[in-house]
Design a protein around this ligand. Structure first.
Ligand code: GTP
Ligand code: SPV
Ligand code: MN
Length: 596
């Protein structure tokens, strides 16, 4: 593969690249690769890498008549999701990481993981990937360098980030970058760690080649390290999609929404308006589907960028009906991970709605009694620009102004379709108190209710109590902050079915939110916030049973009392670090709930 070269930039580098070059030399001394390849992000480099991966079976060619430029990767069957129990935040003091993180002392963590890295790249190529999270010329963007021995990681990082020469130039200009060291190692779950060193702006990940464990720009950098940086620099790094809603009058409102993993961010970000809305001229513009960095602008509003350049989306359930924009995006130049394949070699997954699998995600003949064709956390990696609803505003270096922040999770009972927080402090409590059922995006049991504040439980790089204080600090009397809402697309009826149609129909809820932001839409005040009556939403064309109306728009006082008792216990579990303002808000609501 002649694109692989042993380039050292030491000789030619300006002094600001010296730190990078010294680090690469140090890592090479530890991992002892046969070759070092500095990635430039070019098409020729990618073509050479893909050809080499096809030759060694890392990538399987899909049907290039139906899916030009698309490939399948089958990961190790024990390496199919994030591993939260093996993910550590290594701050000098345990309390800085907080009860929300697994913690290890930095020196111990380095020693433990460096022992695994010792000689691990012998006979292999070490790739150096300079990347930029966010538009290359945005003051909100931040750069990093990932060193990896996985060409699959290189190919994914090329889609997910602005990778290569322009990023290296920015690093040279700025002189600072996040250091991410990754090796797939033996893919042995017993020799696997994902470690973060926020004070050192460093990440070390060993033993997994999958998604958020291995594409270090994503959850490791853009959330765990960035949330830590954001705290000291006065901004927010969040697990949120960003979308623009344009109404028939041509006004666009940008909304950022935090839902836990596999709870609907990609779907909402690419929403297709229901028929009547389309006719009236409503459109959706996609800025991002997973991560949002935002900070107050000169006018006091929060301005947001999507630090990513691609989507690493959940494949199962993606269909022409549920998410036509995602499906259209992944017809070409897409890497599929752990999906099944049809007889004519097209990618296939449960919920696709057409075709039939012959081979499952492990490469075995498909047998419905053995396992699903696609792993439930099977994913596609594709450039955001291939999405029909992609907005050029995603490249705006200033970011887009946010009108509303939405929190939500999978709540089969109690929680209504939507409500609005009274003010910022209440909204922060709504986010802090979020709960959701676990999904296949991480290893472990699925469908277990857990608190997942702001959808950041697996991703906040420091103590949640300090994180909530940071959120509260934005209400400084000068900022013009967004309204905060909570949604639940996953409320179930007695029969166990979802009561809300969801997907495109979620625009009905977004329209109500924008109406609230503009002071036009009606709502009823309750102790948990402002709730719409069913009549306050445009439900033209939606059939809802009596049970659905009652549960989606009702307020269940007794259930909420129990919920607020449990929220109080949760806040208390953080001890005295938990901001008093949140505890006061929780107590105030509990008192209101008790007065009927
Ligand atoms: P990550 O990439 O893991 O962060 O996930 P995500 O939040 O982007 O989730 P995604 O949009 O991929 O959705 C995950 C699952 O939720 C899919 O199976 C979807 O079909 C389902 N889903 C998304 N939106 C809705 C909805 O409005 N209603 C219902 N019932 N299911 C939904
Ligand atoms: C998530 O789990 O929230 C994801 C997938 O978006 S991963 O990149 O694996 O974190
Ligand atoms: Mn995610």
């Amino acid at each position: 593969m002649n694109a692989v070269s042993e380039v050292s930039i030491a000789g030619s580098a300006g002094s600001s690249l010296k730190a990078l070059n010294d680090w690469v030399t140090e890592v090479a001394a530890l991992t002892r690769p046969e070759r070092i390849h500095w990635c430039d992000g070019s098409d020729a480099e990618n073509a050479a890498l893909v050809a080499a991966m096809e030759a060694d079976g890392t990538l399987v060619r899909l049907n290039h008549d139906t899916h030009p430029g698309s490939w399948l990767h089958r990961s190790d069957p024990d390496d199919v999701a994030r591993v939260e129990h093996l993910t550590f935040v290594c701050t000098p003091e345990r309390d800085e990481a907080g009860p929300n993180n697994h913690w290890m002392a930095p020196a111990d963590a380095h020693a433990k993981i460096d022992a695994l890295f010792d000689g691990c790249m012998e006979g292999r190529t070490m790739y150096v990937i300079p990347y930029c999270m966010g538009p290359i010329d945005s003051p909100l963007s931040r750069c990093g360098v990932e060193i990896t021995d996985s060409p699959y990681v290189v190919a994914n990082m090329r889609i997910m980030t602005r990778m290569g020469a322009p990023a290296l130039a920015r690093i040279e200009r700025e002189g600072t970058f996040v250091k991410g060291l990754h090796s797939t190692g033996e893919l042995d779950p017993d020799r696997r760690f994902i470690m973060h060193f926020p004070e050192e702006l460093a990440i070390k990940s060993y033993g997994s080649g999958y998604g958020g464990n291995a594409l270090l720009g994503k959850k490791c950098h853009a959330l765990r390290i960035a949330s830590h940086q954001a705290r000291s620099e006065g901004w927010l790094a969040e697990h949120m999609l960003i979308l623009g809603v344009t109404n028939p009058q041509g006004e666009t409102h940008y909304i950022a929404a935090a839902f836990p993993s596999a709870c609907g961010k990609t779907n909402l970000a690419m929403l297709i308006p229901p028929e009547g809305y389309r006719r009236d001229g409503w459109t959706i513009n996609t800025i991002g589907d997973d991560i949002c960095w935002m900070r107050p602008g000169k006018d006091g509003r929060l301005y947001a960028i999507n630090p990513e350049a691609g989507f690493f989306g959940v494949a199962p359930g993606t269909s022409a009906k549920s998410n036509p924009s995602a499906l259209a995006s992944i017809q070409s130049n897409t890497i599929f991970t752990n999906v099944g394949v049809t007889a004519d070699n097209q990618p296939w997954w449960e919920g696709l709605g057409e075709g039939e699998p012959v081979t499952d995600w492990r490469g075995d003949p498909y047998d419905a009694d053995t396992r699903p064709a696609a792993h439930p956390n099977a994913r596609f990696t594709v450039s955001a620009k291939q999405c029909p609803s992609w907005s050029p505003e995603a490249e705006n270096p200033e970011g887009v102004p946010i009108s509303a922040i939405v929190f939500g999770g999978r709540r089969p009972s109690l929680v209504p379709l939507v409500f609005q927080a009274r003010d910022w402090t209440h909204g922060v409590l709504v986010g802090a108190a979020m709960g959701s059922e676990t999904t296949a995006a991480a290893t472990g049991a699925v469908g277990v209710m857990r608190r997942d504040p702001m959808a950041m439980k697996p991703f906040c790089g420091y103590n949640f109590a300090d994180y909530f204080s940071h959120w509260l600090s934005f209400d400084d009397g000068n900022n013009k902050l967004p309204q905060i809402f909570h949604v639940n697309w996953f409320r179930k009826g007695e029969g166990g079915d979802f009561l809300w149609p969801g997907f495109g129909d979620n625009l009905r809820v977004l329209e109500w939110m924008i109406g609230r932001v503009k002071g036009e839409a009606a709502a009823v005040e309750t102790p948990i916030g402002w709730l719409p009556a069913a009549e306050d939403l445009n439900l033209d064309g939606v059939e809802l049973t009596g049970e659905a109306r009652q549960k989606l728009f009702g307020f269940e006082r007794e259930g909420w009392k129990n919920e607020f008792d449990s929220i109080g216990e949760y806040l208390d579990s953080y001890g005295p670090r938990m901001p008093q303002a949140l505890k006061d808000e929780q107590k105030l609501i509990l008192v209101k709930l008790s007065v009927s």
